[in-house]
Design a protein around this ligand. Structure first.
Ligand code: PBG
Length: 323
């Protein structure tokens, strides 16, 4: 008996991707659970996802929202694992029937970071030279940076963080834009040359937080996870962000950015939808009660739609389909 529903709990199986970052995140979750529940045995089971296997195609062109999660979801549906740990930003906003987002962990800095080649160590993003080659695999980063810095050359970069950094250091790129949180968790905060301010680029929905997915009816497991892992302020911010993305029908790979802030019992949320060439941008900010984060996310999505966000998104989907 390995299910957490039984009173004779013995083992709970945690599903994880195999990348170094995924394993660091999963072992952190395992450690937090083990501290709270020393009598339960937690086991890590690793799986490769499609996103780990296809490394020669730009992410946006693969066009599969469950790129980093599907194999783990099958593992839960087949009862091979009890829950899966994801980078929340890689978890689609609509999950397969029977599965749910059980808890959200405390968020690290959700901002993007500039990482530069040694020869640019005295520069900031504002002062990198014309024609500088900037590596990013995210349309969101591309669209927002191109608007502010049309004189840079943007080039796709795939692979895990170590591979990307090796490509930067070998001179293939002048700089990379990476999530500050990923670098921090890998112990490479010293490579963060500049945190990109929100006035230049808004971060991805859910960036910097972990999301734990499990069968929606596994109430015992969900209550264990809540007790050990859940961080309510991050949860509320991320639920608002995910409602915003869900209502715009966007995945991780569309140029949609957000910023959220809690002040007392109020949540303030800024969102942007941008065209890939950086010329069209629709951005707005809403504030509402922290008690209904998803309502606020939906309100912001509606707001941007009314200002023409859907046209920008439709154009992008058509371009991606044409290849
Ligand atoms: N899709 C890649 C991905 N998914 C999660 C992270 C790490 C940061 C996070 O937890 O948001 C990264 C790398 C990156 O964007 O640089």
């Amino acid at each position: 008996m390995t299910s957490a529903v039984s009173s004779s709990i013995t083992t709970i199986r945690i599903g994880s991707r195999k990348s170094q970052l995924a394993l660091i995140q999963t072992y952190w979750v395992k450690e937090e659970l083990s501290k709270k529940f020393p009598n339960i045995k937690f086991e890590v089971h690793t799986m490769s996802t499609k996103g780990d296997k296809i490394l020669d195609v730009p992410l946006a062109k693969i066009g599969d929202k469950a790129l980093f999660t599907k194999e783990l979801e099958l593992g839960m549906m087949n009862r091979e694992i009890d829950f899966a740990v994801h980078s929340l930003k890689d978890l689609p906003t609509r999950l397969p029937e029977g599965l749910g987002l059980a808890v959200i962990s405390e968020r690290e800095n959700p901002a993007d970071a500039l990482v530069v080649h040694e020869k640019h160590k005295d520069k900031q993003i504002e002062t990198l030279p014309k024609g500088a080659v900037i590596g990013t695999s995210s349309l969101r980063r591309l669209a927002q940076l191109r608007h502010h810095f049309p004189h840079f050359e943007f080039k796709d970069v795939r692979g895990n963080l170590n591979t990307r950094l090796a490509k930067l250091d070998s001179g293939e790129y002048d700089a990379l834009i990476l999530a500050a949180a990923g670098l921090g968790r890998l112990g490479m905060s010293d490579r963060i040359h500049q945190v990109i301010p929100k006035e230049i680029s808004l971060h991805a929905v859910g960036q910097g937080a972990l999301g734990i997915e499990c069968l929606s009816d596994n109430e015992k497991l969900i209550s264990l996870l809540k007790e050990a892992i859940e961080h309510p302020p991050t949860r509320d911010r991320c639920l608002a962000e995910r409602a915003f993305l869900r209502d715009l029908e966007g995945g991780c790979q569309v140029p949609i950015g957000v910023n959220t802030e809690i002040n007392g019992d109020q949540l303030t949320m800024t969102g942007i939808v941008a065209s890939i060439d950086g010329t069209k941008r629709i951005q707005d900010t809403v504030t509402g009660s922290l008690s209904e984060p998803e309502k606020l996310g939906s309100e912001l999505a509606h707001c941007l739609r009314e200002q023409g966000a859907q046209e920008i998104l439709d154009e992008i989907f058509a371009t991606l389909e044409r290849g």
